[in-house]
Design a protein around this ligand. Structure first.
Ligand SMILES: Cc1cc2nc3c(=O)[nH]c(=O)nc-3n(C[C@H](O)[C@H](O)[C@H](O)COP(=O)(O)O)c2cc1C
Length: 397
């Protein structure tokens, strides 16, 4: 059941959304609208969540060094990333099962991304299909895959993405096994779910979420349902199937083969080491997404912003570098660009918006981040992202 929408029809914003002034406000509103097991799945990360916190706090260890008496009126945030012309340099990261947070899920996010003039990434593990997303987003979009044991399944998903007009492909490499997310173990958000009386009480606290889910189409892993004629087609069995399909023996030869068969902009997501970045470029990557999966995989892994400089220097102009993880402010975007990133990606910021208010909430998240980015650029004394360089940064301590 696709919500009616078009590029020009902007959903009405509630007073509660309008009162959200920053991403943290949206996070707070989402925590009240989304049942706790789902909210914790969104908000949480692996083990002690050290990496999750460092992803954002790393930005505080580098300060901006602005220039003044510079004409900075009419700043222009436009950029070109992954072969697409975008209105501003913040892309939407792939996130699985977005309908957990709002029944309009990926439909809402993809439509809001198009309206904002940026690129939307769709996860293989999405709750709206490749074709369903293409119906609401006719502009720049990227499809994200994992390397699966059955290469035929990868090829099939890629062929569908090409046919549906996805411009770029992203291969996520940082999930050889699922990270140990203890909030999910406590809340019962496991495969299969193990909800007890405490969780049912938490569902009862979010009647609108429950009602909307009861009234809308069943949630599935929409890209793979119907393709697998073994066992049950319910969401738990499909998720188990796909996780069993993850190939833990990724080799650069297979990556190279995937890049060649896609034949278009190709990003590798989840790299943190300069030698891996160089190998990825040799294997055919046109972009490297410096990421630790938002702290959801290896707790204790280095933060993307902490390694950004070495990753940029490792690949030079052979590939674009995209920073992913921890971005909550426009000033974070400006710091990453000054360090040499071509763009940033955000995951939770738009999902907080989605949970807080569906499509209007995603609009709100992007309407917060975009002017913040523009203002930080102007206050730094620049008119365009390409005016920034490392002379605008000072490492503290
Ligand atoms: C709920 C959720 C689901 C995610 N699902 C995927 C996924 O299916 N594929 C993927 O490559 N990354 C996935 N990620 C990671 C994001 O793409 C991104 O790396 C991360 O959210 C960036 O950190 P941030 O949330 O601090 O912006 C997911 C993240 C969240 C929060």
């Amino acid at each position: 059941m696709t919500p009616a929408k078009s590029e020009d029809v902007k959903p009405r914003m509630s007073a509660a959304l309008a009162r959200c002034r920053n991403i943290e406000d949206l996070r707070h509103l989402a925590s009240r609208r989304v049942p706790k097991p789902m909210f914790d799945y969104l908000d949480g990360a692996a083990e002690d969540e050290v990496t999750l916190r460092r992803n954002t706090s790393a930005f505080e260890d580098v300060a901006l060094v602005p220039r003044y008496a510079v004409a900075v009126e009419n700043p222009d945030l436009r950029t070109r990333v992954l072969g697409a012309d975008l209105d501003w340099p913040v892309l939407l990261a792939p996130t699985g099962m977005s309908r957990l947070f709002h029944h309009h899920g990926e439909w809402a996010v993809a439509a809001a991304a198009q309206r904002s003039g940026t690129l939307y990434s769709l996860s293989t593990l999405s709750s709206v299909s490749i074709e369903g997303v293409a119906e609401v987003n006719g502009s720049a979009k990227m499809f994200q895959v994992y390397l699966l044991k059955d290469p035929g399944l990868n090829q099939d998903l890629m062929a569908r993405a090409k046919a549906a007009g996805f411009d770029a492909l992203c291969l996520t490499v940082d999930v050889p096994v699922q990270g140990n997310r203890e909030r999910d173990l406590h809340s019962g958000m496991t495969l299969p779910p193990t909800f007890g009386p405490a969780q049912w009480f938490q569902f009862a606290r979010c009647p609108a979420w429950v009602w909307n889910h009861l009234m809308s189409s069943k949630m599935t892993l929409a890209n793979i349902e119907g393709q697998i004629d073994q066992g049950s087609q319910d969401v738990t069995s499909l998720a188990k199937f796909i996780h069993e399909q993850f190939d833990t023996r990724i080799t650069w030869e297979r990556v190279e083969h995937l890049a060649k068969s896609w034949d278009g902009p190709f990003a590798i997501k989840g790299l943190l080491a300069p030698d891996d970045a160089r190998r990825a470029v040799d294997a055919g990557a046109s972009a490297i997404i410096v990421s630790n999966h938002g702290g959801r995989q290896l707790d204790g892994a280095v933060a993307p912003f902490d390694v950004l400089e070495s990753m940029v220097d490792a690949v030079g102009d052979r590939a674009e570098i995209i920073l992913d993880g921890g971005v909550r402010r426009g000033s974070h975007v400006i710091k990453a660009l000054a360090m040499g990133a071509k763009a940033c990606m955000v995951g939770r910021p738009y999902l907080f918006g989605l949970g807080a208010g569906g499509e209007a909430g995603v609009d709100r998240a992007l309407e917060i981040l975009r002017p913040e980015t523009q203002r930080a650029l102007q206050l730094s004394g620049c008119r365009r992202p390409r005016d920034l360089d490392r002379s605008y940064l000072q490492r503290l301590g």
